[in-house]
Design a protein around this ligand. Sequence first.
Ligand SMILES: Cc1cc2nc3c(=O)[nH]c(=O)nc-3n(C[C@H](O)[C@H](O)[C@H](O)COP(=O)(O)OP(=O)(O)OC[C@H]3O[C@@H](n4cnc5c(N)ncnc54)[C@H](O)[C@@H]3O)c2cc1C
Length: 363
Amino acid sequence: MMKRLSLTELEKYIESIDTAEYAKTRNYIDGSTKLSEYISRGFISLPRVQELILKNNTKSSAFKLLSELSWREYWQHTWRVRGDEIFEYFRPLPFEPRSGLPTAVLEASTGIKALDEGIHQLYETGFIDNHMRMWLAGLVCNVAKCDWKIGAAWMHSYLIDGDFASNHLSWQWVAGSYTGKPYLPQQANINTYTETEQDDTYLNNTYAHIADMDVPDELNDLTKTLPAHKATMLHDTITIDEIHAAETVLLCSPWTLDPTWRSADTGQRVLVIPSDIYQEGAYSQHVLDSIQHFVQQIDELRICNLSDKQIKQLSPNTILRKDYPGIATWPGQVDGAELLQPNLPEKFYPSYSAYWKAIEKSQ
Ligand SMILES: Cc1cc2nc3c(=O)[nH]c(=O)nc-3n(C[C@H](O)[C@H](O)[C@H](O)COP(=O)(O)OP(=O)(O)OC[C@H]3O[C@@H](n4cnc5c(N)ncnc54)[C@H](O)[C@@H]3O)c2cc1C
């Protein structure tokens, strides 16, 4: 993993990305930019990333990377439009999914060496590449035939770029409950993109066979409740009374940690950590360390852990905050998020290609 960067370092790094090279390597292990931790915490906006990328790359060579940035905005758009529905099945599956996560996934003992290594990497760093996420989700949902929700919760609890829209909607998409087409992991595909050569596995077959086969013995045993993480929560550095007393509160959430936002304004800067989500044991130490890094990048940002009920009781007249779909019910005057497509109608696009067509039409 790269060391965590300040905003100046991050911007320099983004300017140095060779987008033609990225297009060739993106689907291989370690072939992508690792920008997601910064983007998902709101540390840098998508338009700013796009602007920096286009300083040293043409639009056509950057097409692949820019379209991945659009995927991020597509999931955010879906969350904005569908709200809490993203946590439920958009459409039923043709089978009743089993409830629980394969114990072999939890213990990194699936028998697929590259995937087991990927799970170890997730535990040890809080990051895995997109392809690895897809294979693991495909294994859980479409080979072990399990409910995507517990898989999504498991992965999200480790990811330093954890975002409910990108994560939960991707799990739905892989499971087939988003577009209706399930995604399957296959050994030959895994071998190609992880540069491994394993062939003695239950995934070493055709896609048609993998789609129809019984759950392999290795994935039969299920764990119903995810184990709690041992991690040190971020402590309050300000009390709720101090927030109530402030004339102006510049309020951040764990997903709107933007060091440039209203940086010239005066007021009490507070990171409100929603304690209904960030409960004791719910997230790994990597996730909390990552948030702490971003806290340190914003001058005089204080921390307050508040329940949903307490957040809703904060005075809307004193609070300024940035928009993010997961905190739509938080009080205060809201500054819009910077978007790649600010003028797109607020409607549900049932697929990324439908979304893309709407973008082309709007230009
Ligand atoms: C099952 C599953 C769970 C996922 N969970 C998350 C999550 O919690 N948070 C998260 O940010 N991404 C998630 N993704 C999307 C994607 O895997 C990561 O954004 C990407 O792997 C991050 O690595 P990168 O920054 O090197 O990506 P790059 O390939 O370098 O892409 C650049 C940026 O584009 C965006 N992006 C790229 N691919 C996607 C995608 N498929 N969906 C949405 N945005 C994308 C990200 O912001 C990323 O930083 C998930 C994907 C799957 C299949």
